[in-house]
Ligand binder design. Sequence first.
Ligand code: HEM
Ligand SMILES: *[C@@H]1O[C@H](CO)[C@@H](O)[C@H](O)[C@H]1NC(C)=O
Ligand SMILES: *[C@@H]1O[C@H](CO)[C@@H](O)[C@H](O)[C@H]1NC(C)=O
Ligand SMILES: *[C@@H]1O[C@H](CO)[C@@H](O)[C@H](O)[C@H]1NC(C)=O
Ligand SMILES: *[C@@H]1O[C@H](CO)[C@@H](O)[C@H](O)[C@H]1NC(C)=O
Ligand SMILES: *[C@@H]1O[C@H](CO)[C@@H](O)[C@H](O)[C@H]1NC(C)=O
Length: 479
Amino acid sequence: MILFLLFLVRKHYTSLKNLPPGPQPWPIIGNMHQMAKNPHIAAANFAKKYGPLISLRLGTRLLVVASSPDAAMEILKTQDRYLSGRSIPDALQQSFIDYYFVWARDCNKHWKSCRTLCWAELFSAKAIEAQSTLQNEKLARMLDFLNNTQGTVVKIEELIFTTLINTLSNILFSKDFLDLKDDETAHRLKFGLLKILENSVTPNVSDFFPIVGGLDLQGLRKDSLNHLDELSSFSDAVVKERRAQITKKVHVAVHEKDFLDRLLENNFTTAQINILVLELFIAGTDTVVTAIEWAMAELLKNQNIMHKVQAELKRELSYDSIMKSDLSKLTYFNACIKETLRLHPVVPVLIPRRALKACEVMNFTIPQNAQLWVNVWAISHDPKVWEDPNTFKPERFLGSNINFTGHDYEFLPFGGGRRMCPGLPSAVKSLQTILASLILVYDWTLPNDEDPKTLDMSEKFGVTLQKEKPLQLIFSRKK
Ligand code: HEM
Ligand SMILES: *[C@@H]1O[C@H](CO)[C@@H](O)[C@H](O)[C@H]1NC(C)=O
Ligand SMILES: *[C@@H]1O[C@H](CO)[C@@H](O)[C@H](O)[C@H]1NC(C)=O
Ligand SMILES: *[C@@H]1O[C@H](CO)[C@@H](O)[C@H](O)[C@H]1NC(C)=O
Ligand SMILES: *[C@@H]1O[C@H](CO)[C@@H](O)[C@H](O)[C@H]1NC(C)=O
Ligand SMILES: *[C@@H]1O[C@H](CO)[C@@H](O)[C@H](O)[C@H]1NC(C)=O
Protein backbone atom coordinates (compact mmCIF):
# COMPACT_ATOMS: atom_id res chain seq x y z
CA MET A 1 0.00 0.00 0.00
CA ILE A 2 2.70 2.44 1.05
CA LEU A 3 4.76 1.43 -1.95
CA PHE A 4 1.80 2.08 -4.16
CA LEU A 5 1.33 5.56 -2.65
CA LEU A 6 5.00 6.29 -3.09
CA PHE A 7 4.68 5.18 -6.68
CA LEU A 8 1.74 7.53 -7.22
CA VAL A 9 3.57 10.46 -5.62
CA ARG A 10 6.64 9.74 -7.68
CA LYS A 11 4.63 9.46 -10.86
CA HIS A 12 2.87 12.71 -10.05
CA TYR A 13 6.20 14.35 -9.29
CA THR A 14 7.90 13.23 -12.52
CA SER A 15 5.04 14.34 -14.68
CA LEU A 16 5.01 17.72 -12.93
CA LYS A 17 8.75 18.08 -13.24
CA ASN A 18 8.46 18.44 -16.95
CA LEU A 19 5.77 21.12 -16.90
CA PRO A 20 6.52 24.53 -18.35
CA PRO A 21 7.85 26.91 -15.69
CA GLY A 22 5.66 29.60 -14.26
CA PRO A 23 4.73 31.61 -11.19
CA GLN A 24 3.30 29.33 -8.48
CA PRO A 25 1.23 30.40 -6.64
CA TRP A 26 2.00 33.65 -4.78
CA PRO A 27 2.80 35.84 -7.77
CA ILE A 28 -0.58 34.87 -9.22
CA ILE A 29 -2.48 35.72 -6.08
CA GLY A 30 -0.46 38.93 -5.78
CA ASN A 31 -1.53 39.84 -9.32
CA MET A 32 -5.08 38.69 -8.98
CA HIS A 33 -6.56 42.07 -9.72
CA GLN A 34 -4.73 42.25 -13.03
CA MET A 35 -5.35 38.54 -13.74
CA ALA A 36 -9.06 39.21 -13.41
CA LYS A 37 -9.17 42.50 -15.30
CA ASN A 38 -6.53 42.03 -18.01
CA PRO A 39 -5.36 38.40 -17.97
CA HIS A 40 -3.72 38.78 -21.40
CA ILE A 41 -1.45 41.51 -20.03
CA ALA A 42 -0.79 39.73 -16.72
CA ALA A 43 0.16 36.59 -18.67
CA ALA A 44 2.37 38.63 -21.04
CA ASN A 45 4.21 40.03 -18.02
CA PHE A 46 4.72 36.55 -16.56
CA ALA A 47 6.10 35.42 -19.94
CA LYS A 48 8.75 38.15 -19.79
CA LYS A 49 9.98 36.65 -16.56
CA TYR A 50 9.43 32.89 -16.99
CA GLY A 51 9.69 32.35 -20.75
CA PRO A 52 7.46 31.87 -23.79
CA LEU A 53 5.66 28.80 -22.43
CA ILE A 54 4.40 29.00 -18.87
CA SER A 55 2.00 27.11 -16.70
CA LEU A 56 -0.27 28.66 -14.14
CA ARG A 57 -1.99 26.56 -11.57
CA LEU A 58 -5.35 28.11 -10.72
CA GLY A 59 -6.91 26.08 -7.98
CA THR A 60 -7.48 22.65 -9.45
CA ARG A 61 -6.88 23.77 -13.01
CA LEU A 62 -3.78 23.99 -15.08
CA LEU A 63 -3.50 26.77 -17.60
CA VAL A 64 -0.66 26.80 -20.14
CA VAL A 65 0.06 30.07 -21.92
CA ALA A 66 2.12 30.37 -25.11
CA SER A 67 3.55 33.81 -25.85
CA SER A 68 6.01 33.44 -28.72
CA PRO A 69 5.64 32.57 -32.41
CA ASP A 70 7.58 29.30 -31.88
CA ALA A 71 5.39 28.20 -29.00
CA ALA A 72 2.27 29.17 -30.97
CA MET A 73 3.49 27.11 -33.93
CA GLU A 74 3.99 24.02 -31.80
CA ILE A 75 0.48 24.34 -30.40
CA LEU A 76 -1.39 25.27 -33.58
CA LYS A 77 0.59 23.14 -36.03
CA THR A 78 2.93 20.47 -34.65
CA GLN A 79 0.62 19.26 -31.87
CA ASP A 80 -2.65 20.65 -33.24
CA ARG A 81 -4.07 17.11 -33.31
CA TYR A 82 -3.77 16.72 -29.56
CA LEU A 83 -4.48 20.31 -28.60
CA SER A 84 -7.61 20.97 -30.62
CA GLY A 85 -10.11 20.47 -27.83
CA ARG A 86 -11.91 23.38 -26.23
CA SER A 87 -12.05 23.96 -22.56
CA ILE A 88 -15.69 24.70 -21.94
CA PRO A 89 -16.22 27.50 -19.47
CA ASP A 90 -18.32 26.48 -16.53
CA ALA A 91 -20.77 29.14 -17.55
CA LEU A 92 -21.53 27.14 -20.71
CA GLN A 93 -21.71 23.67 -19.17
CA GLN A 94 -25.29 23.09 -20.14
CA SER A 95 -27.25 20.04 -21.11
CA PHE A 96 -26.80 20.64 -24.87
CA ILE A 97 -23.05 20.29 -24.57
CA ASP A 98 -22.96 17.82 -27.51
CA TYR A 99 -24.35 20.40 -29.93
CA TYR A 100 -21.65 23.02 -29.58
CA PHE A 101 -19.60 24.17 -32.56
CA VAL A 102 -17.36 27.00 -31.34
CA TRP A 103 -17.23 25.41 -27.89
CA ALA A 104 -17.22 21.76 -29.06
CA ARG A 105 -15.10 19.85 -26.53
CA ASP A 106 -13.29 17.95 -29.28
CA CYS A 107 -13.41 17.67 -33.06
CA ASN A 108 -16.41 15.33 -32.96
CA LYS A 109 -18.86 14.37 -35.68
CA HIS A 110 -21.28 17.21 -35.02
CA TRP A 111 -18.41 19.73 -35.07
CA LYS A 112 -17.28 18.32 -38.43
CA SER A 113 -20.72 18.62 -39.99
CA CYS A 114 -21.04 22.20 -38.68
CA ARG A 115 -17.69 23.12 -40.22
CA THR A 116 -18.46 21.45 -43.54
CA LEU A 117 -21.90 23.01 -43.84
CA CYS A 118 -20.77 26.48 -42.75
CA TRP A 119 -17.93 26.34 -45.23
CA ALA A 120 -20.14 25.34 -48.13
CA GLU A 121 -23.07 27.64 -47.34
CA LEU A 122 -21.52 30.65 -45.63
CA PHE A 123 -17.79 31.12 -46.14
CA SER A 124 -16.70 29.66 -49.50
CA ALA A 125 -15.93 32.11 -52.31
CA LYS A 126 -19.16 31.04 -54.01
CA ALA A 127 -21.24 31.57 -50.86
CA ILE A 128 -19.70 34.99 -50.20
CA GLU A 129 -20.42 36.02 -53.78
CA ALA A 130 -24.03 34.89 -53.41
CA GLN A 131 -24.40 37.04 -50.26
CA SER A 132 -23.18 40.24 -51.86
CA THR A 133 -26.57 41.60 -53.02
CA LEU A 134 -27.93 41.16 -49.53
CA GLN A 135 -24.87 42.67 -47.94
CA ASN A 136 -25.10 45.59 -50.32
CA GLU A 137 -28.70 46.21 -49.34
CA LYS A 138 -27.91 46.27 -45.61
CA LEU A 139 -24.97 48.54 -46.22
CA ALA A 140 -27.11 50.96 -48.23
CA ARG A 141 -29.62 50.99 -45.39
CA MET A 142 -26.91 51.84 -42.90
CA LEU A 143 -25.67 54.72 -45.08
CA ASP A 144 -29.23 56.01 -45.53
CA PHE A 145 -29.76 55.90 -41.81
CA LEU A 146 -26.65 57.99 -41.33
CA ASN A 147 -27.79 60.44 -43.98
CA ASN A 148 -30.89 61.08 -41.90
CA THR A 149 -29.08 61.41 -38.61
CA GLN A 150 -26.39 63.82 -39.74
CA GLY A 151 -25.29 66.14 -36.98
CA THR A 152 -26.43 63.82 -34.19
CA VAL A 153 -24.18 61.58 -32.12
CA VAL A 154 -24.12 57.96 -33.26
CA LYS A 155 -22.86 55.03 -31.19
CA ILE A 156 -20.68 53.15 -33.63
CA GLU A 157 -21.01 49.76 -31.98
CA GLU A 158 -24.80 49.79 -32.08
CA LEU A 159 -24.92 50.99 -35.67
CA ILE A 160 -22.56 48.32 -36.92
CA PHE A 161 -23.90 45.61 -34.66
CA THR A 162 -27.41 46.13 -36.06
CA THR A 163 -26.13 46.08 -39.63
CA LEU A 164 -24.19 42.86 -39.07
CA ILE A 165 -26.94 41.09 -37.14
CA ASN A 166 -29.39 41.86 -39.94
CA THR A 167 -26.98 40.75 -42.64
CA LEU A 168 -26.26 37.50 -40.82
CA SER A 169 -29.89 36.82 -39.89
CA ASN A 170 -30.90 37.29 -43.53
CA ILE A 171 -28.18 34.93 -44.69
CA LEU A 172 -29.29 32.36 -42.14
CA PHE A 173 -33.07 32.81 -42.11
CA SER A 174 -34.02 35.40 -44.75
CA LYS A 175 -35.31 37.68 -41.98
CA ASP A 176 -34.31 40.91 -40.25
CA PHE A 177 -33.93 40.73 -36.50
CA LEU A 178 -33.39 44.37 -35.77
CA ASP A 179 -34.38 47.78 -36.93
CA LEU A 180 -31.72 50.49 -37.10
CA LYS A 181 -34.08 52.95 -35.45
CA ASP A 182 -34.86 50.53 -32.66
CA ASP A 183 -31.66 50.96 -30.75
CA GLU A 184 -33.15 49.62 -27.56
CA THR A 185 -33.58 46.07 -28.87
CA ALA A 186 -30.19 46.27 -30.57
CA HIS A 187 -28.73 47.30 -27.30
CA ARG A 188 -30.43 44.52 -25.39
CA LEU A 189 -29.45 41.84 -27.89
CA LYS A 190 -25.88 43.06 -28.08
CA PHE A 191 -25.78 43.11 -24.33
CA GLY A 192 -27.16 39.56 -24.22
CA LEU A 193 -24.60 38.20 -26.66
CA LEU A 194 -21.83 40.10 -24.96
CA LYS A 195 -22.90 38.89 -21.55
CA ILE A 196 -22.58 35.28 -22.67
CA LEU A 197 -19.14 35.99 -24.07
CA GLU A 198 -18.08 37.88 -21.01
CA ASN A 199 -19.33 35.23 -18.63
CA SER A 200 -17.50 32.59 -20.52
CA VAL A 201 -14.09 34.16 -19.99
CA THR A 202 -14.47 35.99 -16.71
CA PRO A 203 -11.99 34.16 -14.50
CA ASN A 204 -13.99 32.19 -12.03
CA VAL A 205 -13.19 33.30 -8.49
CA SER A 206 -13.65 29.70 -7.35
CA ASP A 207 -10.75 28.79 -9.63
CA PHE A 208 -8.44 30.87 -7.48
CA PHE A 209 -9.81 29.76 -4.17
CA PRO A 210 -11.17 26.24 -4.67
CA ILE A 211 -12.53 26.22 -1.12
CA VAL A 212 -15.44 28.45 -2.04
CA GLY A 213 -16.17 26.48 -5.21
CA GLY A 214 -19.64 25.16 -5.86
CA LEU A 215 -21.34 28.30 -4.66
CA ASP A 216 -21.59 29.81 -8.14
CA LEU A 217 -20.28 32.94 -6.51
CA GLN A 218 -20.64 35.33 -9.39
CA GLY A 219 -23.89 33.83 -10.59
CA LEU A 220 -22.26 33.38 -13.97
CA ARG A 221 -24.04 30.20 -14.86
CA LYS A 222 -27.52 31.42 -14.06
CA ASP A 223 -26.93 34.67 -15.86
CA SER A 224 -25.77 32.90 -19.02
CA LEU A 225 -28.79 30.64 -18.99
CA ASN A 226 -31.20 33.58 -18.83
CA HIS A 227 -29.63 35.27 -21.82
CA LEU A 228 -29.37 32.04 -23.78
CA ASP A 229 -33.09 31.49 -23.29
CA GLU A 230 -33.99 34.95 -24.44
CA LEU A 231 -31.84 34.70 -27.54
CA SER A 232 -32.89 31.18 -28.47
CA SER A 233 -36.54 32.18 -28.55
CA PHE A 234 -35.68 34.47 -31.50
CA SER A 235 -34.48 31.61 -33.67
CA ASP A 236 -36.84 29.03 -32.20
CA ALA A 237 -39.85 30.85 -33.63
CA VAL A 238 -38.29 31.09 -37.08
CA VAL A 239 -37.38 27.40 -37.16
CA LYS A 240 -40.90 26.36 -36.12
CA GLU A 241 -42.44 28.53 -38.83
CA ARG A 242 -40.13 27.04 -41.46
CA ARG A 243 -40.87 23.48 -40.39
CA ALA A 244 -44.56 24.24 -40.72
CA GLN A 245 -44.00 25.54 -44.26
CA ILE A 246 -42.09 22.40 -45.17
CA THR A 247 -44.89 20.20 -43.81
CA LYS A 248 -47.32 22.20 -45.97
CA LYS A 249 -44.92 21.62 -48.88
CA VAL A 250 -44.57 25.30 -49.76
CA HIS A 251 -42.28 25.21 -52.76
CA VAL A 252 -38.96 27.06 -52.56
CA ALA A 253 -36.74 27.45 -55.62
CA VAL A 254 -33.25 26.02 -55.19
CA HIS A 255 -31.55 29.41 -55.51
CA GLU A 256 -33.82 30.86 -52.84
CA LYS A 257 -32.87 28.34 -50.19
CA ASP A 258 -31.13 29.79 -47.20
CA PHE A 259 -28.88 28.33 -44.51
CA LEU A 260 -31.85 27.20 -42.44
CA ASP A 261 -33.19 25.15 -45.35
CA ARG A 262 -29.80 23.46 -45.68
CA LEU A 263 -29.67 22.67 -41.97
CA LEU A 264 -33.12 21.13 -42.12
CA GLU A 265 -32.17 19.10 -45.20
CA ASN A 266 -29.24 17.79 -43.20
CA ASN A 267 -31.57 16.67 -40.44
CA PHE A 268 -30.41 19.15 -37.79
CA THR A 269 -32.81 19.18 -34.85
CA THR A 270 -34.38 22.44 -33.67
CA ALA A 271 -32.16 22.44 -30.59
CA GLN A 272 -29.05 21.92 -32.72
CA ILE A 273 -30.08 24.76 -35.02
CA ASN A 274 -30.73 27.12 -32.12
CA ILE A 275 -27.31 26.49 -30.63
CA LEU A 276 -25.51 26.78 -33.96
CA VAL A 277 -27.25 30.03 -34.85
CA LEU A 278 -26.54 31.45 -31.46
CA GLU A 279 -22.88 30.51 -31.68
CA LEU A 280 -22.60 32.05 -35.14
CA PHE A 281 -24.14 35.30 -33.89
CA ILE A 282 -21.77 35.35 -30.93
CA ALA A 283 -18.67 34.52 -32.99
CA GLY A 284 -19.56 36.60 -36.02
CA THR A 285 -20.95 39.92 -34.87
CA ASP A 286 -19.15 41.26 -31.87
CA THR A 287 -15.72 40.38 -33.25
CA VAL A 288 -16.31 42.34 -36.44
CA VAL A 289 -17.95 45.27 -34.63
CA THR A 290 -14.99 45.53 -32.28
CA ALA A 291 -12.46 45.37 -35.12
CA ILE A 292 -14.25 48.13 -37.04
CA GLU A 293 -14.51 50.30 -33.95
CA TRP A 294 -10.76 49.96 -33.31
CA ALA A 295 -9.95 50.67 -36.95
CA MET A 296 -12.07 53.83 -36.92
CA ALA A 297 -10.56 54.98 -33.64
CA GLU A 298 -7.01 54.48 -34.98
CA LEU A 299 -7.80 56.31 -38.22
CA LEU A 300 -9.30 59.22 -36.29
CA LYS A 301 -6.29 59.38 -34.04
CA ASN A 302 -3.80 59.15 -36.90
CA GLN A 303 -5.07 61.75 -39.34
CA ASN A 304 -2.09 61.43 -41.71
CA ILE A 305 -2.89 57.74 -42.16
CA MET A 306 -6.57 58.56 -42.65
CA HIS A 307 -5.64 61.01 -45.43
CA LYS A 308 -3.62 58.35 -47.21
CA VAL A 309 -6.48 55.84 -46.99
CA GLN A 310 -8.98 58.40 -48.22
CA ALA A 311 -6.74 59.21 -51.17
CA GLU A 312 -6.37 55.54 -52.08
CA LEU A 313 -10.11 54.86 -51.83
CA LYS A 314 -10.99 57.97 -53.86
CA ARG A 315 -8.50 56.99 -56.53
CA GLU A 316 -9.62 53.37 -56.84
CA LEU A 317 -13.34 53.36 -56.03
CA SER A 318 -16.60 55.17 -56.32
CA TYR A 319 -19.45 54.64 -53.89
CA ASP A 320 -21.43 52.59 -56.44
CA SER A 321 -18.53 50.25 -57.05
CA ILE A 322 -17.69 49.34 -53.46
CA MET A 323 -19.63 46.10 -53.48
CA LYS A 324 -18.56 45.15 -56.98
CA SER A 325 -14.88 45.90 -56.55
CA ASP A 326 -12.20 43.59 -55.34
CA LEU A 327 -11.26 45.50 -52.22
CA SER A 328 -8.29 43.23 -51.50
CA LYS A 329 -6.41 45.16 -54.24
CA LEU A 330 -6.31 48.27 -52.06
CA THR A 331 -2.92 47.72 -50.51
CA TYR A 332 -2.76 50.61 -48.04
CA PHE A 333 -6.35 50.17 -46.89
CA ASN A 334 -5.77 46.45 -46.26
CA ALA A 335 -2.53 47.20 -44.45
CA CYS A 336 -4.60 49.37 -42.10
CA ILE A 337 -6.98 46.46 -41.46
CA LYS A 338 -4.06 44.14 -40.72
CA GLU A 339 -2.42 46.70 -38.46
CA THR A 340 -5.69 47.14 -36.55
CA LEU A 341 -5.89 43.37 -35.98
CA ARG A 342 -2.25 43.33 -34.88
CA LEU A 343 -2.45 46.18 -32.41
CA HIS A 344 -5.93 45.24 -31.19
CA PRO A 345 -6.32 41.49 -31.67
CA VAL A 346 -10.00 41.25 -30.91
CA VAL A 347 -9.71 37.66 -29.63
CA PRO A 348 -6.61 38.28 -27.51
CA VAL A 349 -5.85 34.76 -26.23
CA LEU A 350 -7.75 32.86 -28.95
CA ILE A 351 -10.66 30.77 -27.77
CA PRO A 352 -9.06 28.60 -25.08
CA ARG A 353 -7.98 25.16 -26.26
CA ARG A 354 -7.80 21.94 -24.25
CA ALA A 355 -5.28 19.10 -24.40
CA LEU A 356 -7.17 16.01 -25.55
CA LYS A 357 -4.13 13.93 -24.69
CA ALA A 358 -0.86 14.63 -22.88
CA CYS A 359 1.79 15.77 -25.35
CA GLU A 360 5.09 17.63 -25.61
CA VAL A 361 5.42 21.27 -26.51
CA MET A 362 8.92 22.80 -26.56
CA ASN A 363 10.15 19.76 -24.62
CA PHE A 364 7.68 20.32 -21.81
CA THR A 365 4.75 18.07 -21.02
CA ILE A 366 1.26 19.43 -21.43
CA PRO A 367 -0.93 17.18 -19.28
CA GLN A 368 -4.27 15.97 -20.55
CA ASN A 369 -7.13 18.45 -20.04
CA ALA A 370 -4.82 21.41 -19.44
CA GLN A 371 -6.30 24.62 -20.78
CA LEU A 372 -4.22 26.45 -23.38
CA TRP A 373 -4.07 30.09 -24.28
CA VAL A 374 -2.15 31.33 -27.28
CA ASN A 375 -1.50 34.86 -26.15
CA VAL A 376 -1.81 36.60 -29.51
CA TRP A 377 -1.90 39.95 -27.74
CA ALA A 378 1.50 39.28 -26.13
CA ILE A 379 3.05 38.18 -29.43
CA SER A 380 1.78 41.20 -31.32
CA HIS A 381 3.06 43.59 -28.62
CA ASP A 382 6.47 41.94 -28.29
CA PRO A 383 9.39 44.18 -29.34
CA LYS A 384 11.41 41.05 -30.16
CA VAL A 385 8.84 40.21 -32.82
CA TRP A 386 7.60 43.61 -34.01
CA GLU A 387 9.56 46.82 -34.33
CA ASP A 388 7.98 49.63 -32.35
CA PRO A 389 5.04 47.35 -31.44
CA ASN A 390 2.85 49.91 -29.71
CA THR A 391 2.59 52.28 -32.66
CA PHE A 392 -0.12 52.08 -35.31
CA LYS A 393 1.96 51.81 -38.47
CA PRO A 394 0.23 50.17 -41.47
CA GLU A 395 3.41 50.69 -43.52
CA ARG A 396 4.95 47.67 -41.77
CA PHE A 397 2.66 45.43 -43.84
CA LEU A 398 3.47 47.05 -47.20
CA GLY A 399 5.74 44.85 -49.29
CA SER A 400 5.39 42.09 -46.70
CA ASN A 401 3.77 38.70 -47.23
CA ILE A 402 2.68 38.35 -43.62
CA ASN A 403 -0.99 37.50 -43.54
CA PHE A 404 -3.61 36.42 -41.03
CA THR A 405 -4.31 33.07 -42.70
CA GLY A 406 -2.82 31.10 -39.79
CA HIS A 407 0.60 30.33 -41.26
CA ASP A 408 2.53 33.32 -39.94
CA TYR A 409 2.85 32.59 -36.25
CA GLU A 410 3.75 36.16 -35.31
CA PHE A 411 0.33 37.34 -36.53
CA LEU A 412 -2.62 35.15 -35.54
CA PRO A 413 -5.76 37.26 -35.09
CA PHE A 414 -7.89 34.38 -36.46
CA GLY A 415 -5.92 31.58 -34.78
CA GLY A 416 -4.64 28.61 -36.76
CA GLY A 417 -4.84 24.85 -37.17
CA ARG A 418 -8.04 22.87 -37.23
CA ARG A 419 -9.96 25.16 -34.89
CA MET A 420 -8.96 28.30 -36.80
CA CYS A 421 -11.72 30.84 -37.41
CA PRO A 422 -13.77 29.53 -40.34
CA GLY A 423 -15.48 32.92 -40.68
CA LEU A 424 -12.33 34.71 -41.84
CA PRO A 425 -13.46 35.35 -45.46
CA SER A 426 -16.77 36.72 -44.30
CA ALA A 427 -15.17 38.79 -41.53
CA VAL A 428 -12.66 40.35 -43.92
CA LYS A 429 -15.35 41.15 -46.48
CA SER A 430 -17.51 42.89 -43.84
CA LEU A 431 -14.55 44.80 -42.45
CA GLN A 432 -13.57 45.98 -45.92
CA THR A 433 -17.01 47.00 -47.18
CA ILE A 434 -18.29 48.70 -44.03
CA LEU A 435 -15.07 50.55 -43.36
CA ALA A 436 -14.54 51.59 -47.00
CA SER A 437 -18.04 53.00 -47.38
CA LEU A 438 -17.95 54.92 -44.09
CA ILE A 439 -14.64 56.47 -45.11
CA LEU A 440 -15.69 57.21 -48.67
CA VAL A 441 -19.13 58.69 -48.02
CA TYR A 442 -18.85 60.49 -44.69
CA ASP A 443 -16.67 62.83 -42.71
CA TRP A 444 -16.38 61.81 -39.07
CA THR A 445 -16.08 64.14 -36.10
CA LEU A 446 -16.02 63.52 -32.39
CA PRO A 447 -18.77 65.04 -30.21
CA ASN A 448 -18.01 68.21 -28.20
CA ASP A 449 -15.13 69.12 -30.52
CA GLU A 450 -13.01 66.55 -28.76
CA ASP A 451 -9.51 66.34 -30.16
CA PRO A 452 -9.05 62.96 -31.90
CA LYS A 453 -5.38 62.95 -30.87
CA THR A 454 -6.42 62.52 -27.24
CA LEU A 455 -8.95 59.73 -27.93
CA ASP A 456 -9.04 57.25 -25.04
CA MET A 457 -7.79 53.90 -26.36
CA SER A 458 -8.19 51.81 -23.19
CA GLU A 459 -9.08 48.18 -23.69
CA LYS A 460 -11.62 46.08 -21.89
CA PHE A 461 -10.91 42.37 -21.73
CA GLY A 462 -13.48 39.76 -22.70
CA VAL A 463 -13.38 37.04 -25.34
CA THR A 464 -13.22 40.11 -27.52
CA LEU A 465 -10.94 42.93 -26.55
CA GLN A 466 -13.24 45.93 -26.67
CA LYS A 467 -12.77 49.62 -26.48
CA GLU A 468 -13.54 50.51 -22.89
CA LYS A 469 -15.09 53.83 -23.91
CA PRO A 470 -17.43 53.11 -26.83
CA LEU A 471 -16.68 55.27 -29.87
CA GLN A 472 -19.32 57.90 -30.60
CA LEU A 473 -19.22 59.96 -33.77
CA ILE A 474 -21.06 62.61 -35.74
CA PHE A 475 -21.28 61.87 -39.44
CA SER A 476 -21.63 64.41 -42.20
CA ARG A 477 -21.90 63.54 -45.85
CA LYS A 478 -18.84 64.39 -47.90
CA LYS A 479 -19.41 67.31 -50.24
C1 HEM B 1 -12.62 40.23 -37.08
C2 HEM B 1 -13.40 39.19 -36.96
C3 HEM B 1 -13.07 37.86 -36.35
C4 HEM B 1 -11.98 37.47 -35.60
C5 HEM B 1 -10.77 38.31 -35.20
C6 HEM B 1 -12.19 36.07 -35.27
C7 HEM B 1 -11.29 35.32 -34.55
C8 HEM B 1 -11.49 34.00 -34.18
C9 HEM B 1 -10.56 33.22 -33.38
C10 HEM B 1 -9.23 33.72 -32.85
C11 HEM B 1 -11.08 31.98 -33.23
C12 HEM B 1 -10.44 30.82 -32.47
C13 HEM B 1 -9.41 30.18 -33.34
C14 HEM B 1 -8.55 29.13 -32.68
O1 HEM B 1 -8.94 28.54 -31.66
O2 HEM B 1 -7.46 28.89 -33.22
C15 HEM B 1 -12.36 31.98 -33.92
C16 HEM B 1 -13.20 30.88 -34.00
C17 HEM B 1 -14.40 30.90 -34.66
N1 HEM B 1 -14.94 31.94 -35.41
FE1 HEM B 1 -14.11 33.75 -35.69
N2 HEM B 1 -13.37 35.66 -35.81
C18 HEM B 1 -13.94 36.70 -36.48
C19 HEM B 1 -15.14 36.68 -37.19
C20 HEM B 1 -15.94 35.59 -37.34
C21 HEM B 1 -17.14 35.54 -38.14
C22 HEM B 1 -17.69 36.70 -38.98
C23 HEM B 1 -17.68 34.30 -38.00
C24 HEM B 1 -18.94 33.71 -38.56
C25 HEM B 1 -19.99 34.33 -39.00
C26 HEM B 1 -16.79 33.56 -37.11
C27 HEM B 1 -17.00 32.25 -36.73
C28 HEM B 1 -16.15 31.52 -35.92
C29 HEM B 1 -16.40 30.15 -35.50
C30 HEM B 1 -17.63 29.31 -35.86
C31 HEM B 1 -15.30 29.74 -34.71
C32 HEM B 1 -15.09 28.39 -34.01
C33 HEM B 1 -14.34 27.44 -34.89
C34 HEM B 1 -14.05 26.10 -34.21
O3 HEM B 1 -13.98 26.02 -32.99
O4 HEM B 1 -13.88 25.10 -34.94
N3 HEM B 1 -15.75 34.36 -36.74
N4 HEM B 1 -12.59 33.21 -34.49
C1 LIG C 1 -15.91 27.83 -10.76
O1 LIG C 1 -14.99 26.76 -10.63
C2 LIG C 1 -15.36 25.78 -9.66
C3 LIG C 1 -14.21 24.81 -9.49
O2 LIG C 1 -13.57 24.54 -10.69
C4 LIG C 1 -16.66 25.12 -10.10
O3 LIG C 1 -17.04 24.09 -9.20
C5 LIG C 1 -17.74 26.19 -10.17
O4 LIG C 1 -18.96 25.64 -10.61
C6 LIG C 1 -17.32 27.32 -11.10
N1 LIG C 1 -18.30 28.38 -11.02
C7 LIG C 1 -18.75 29.03 -12.08
C8 LIG C 1 -19.70 30.09 -11.81
O5 LIG C 1 -18.39 28.79 -13.22
C1 LIG D 1 -29.48 62.81 -47.72
O1 LIG D 1 -30.43 63.59 -47.02
C2 LIG D 1 -30.72 64.83 -47.64
C3 LIG D 1 -31.69 65.59 -46.75
O2 LIG D 1 -31.27 65.56 -45.44
C4 LIG D 1 -31.30 64.62 -49.02
O3 LIG D 1 -31.50 65.87 -49.65
C5 LIG D 1 -30.33 63.77 -49.84
O4 LIG D 1 -30.91 63.46 -51.10
C6 LIG D 1 -29.99 62.49 -49.12
N1 LIG D 1 -28.97 61.79 -49.89
C7 LIG D 1 -29.03 60.50 -50.13
C8 LIG D 1 -27.95 59.93 -50.97
O5 LIG D 1 -29.88 59.79 -49.67
C1 LIG E 1 -32.28 12.93 -43.38
O1 LIG E 1 -33.31 12.02 -42.99
C2 LIG E 1 -34.02 11.47 -44.07
C3 LIG E 1 -35.20 10.66 -43.54
O2 LIG E 1 -34.85 9.96 -42.39
C4 LIG E 1 -33.06 10.61 -44.93
O3 LIG E 1 -33.73 10.07 -46.05
C5 LIG E 1 -31.92 11.55 -45.42
O4 LIG E 1 -30.95 10.78 -46.14
C6 LIG E 1 -31.25 12.26 -44.27
N1 LIG E 1 -30.33 13.25 -44.82
C7 LIG E 1 -29.05 13.39 -44.42
C8 LIG E 1 -28.26 14.43 -45.11
O5 LIG E 1 -28.57 12.71 -43.52
C1 LIG F 1 14.31 19.69 -27.19
O1 LIG F 1 15.26 18.74 -26.87
C2 LIG F 1 16.09 18.35 -27.96
C3 LIG F 1 17.00 17.20 -27.54
O2 LIG F 1 17.00 17.01 -26.16
C4 LIG F 1 16.89 19.56 -28.43
O3 LIG F 1 17.68 19.21 -29.54
C5 LIG F 1 15.91 20.67 -28.85
O4 LIG F 1 16.61 21.83 -29.20
C6 LIG F 1 14.94 20.97 -27.72
N1 LIG F 1 13.93 21.89 -28.21
C7 LIG F 1 13.61 23.03 -27.59
C8 LIG F 1 12.54 23.85 -28.23
O5 LIG F 1 14.12 23.39 -26.55
C1 LIG G 1 -4.20 37.79 -47.28
O1 LIG G 1 -5.29 36.90 -47.13
C2 LIG G 1 -6.52 37.40 -47.67
C3 LIG G 1 -7.62 36.44 -47.27
O2 LIG G 1 -7.32 35.12 -47.56
C4 LIG G 1 -6.38 37.58 -49.18
O3 LIG G 1 -7.57 38.11 -49.71
C5 LIG G 1 -5.23 38.54 -49.46
O4 LIG G 1 -5.01 38.64 -50.83
C6 LIG G 1 -3.95 38.09 -48.75
N1 LIG G 1 -2.97 39.16 -48.86
C7 LIG G 1 -1.69 38.96 -49.13
C8 LIG G 1 -0.81 40.16 -49.18
O5 LIG G 1 -1.23 37.84 -49.33
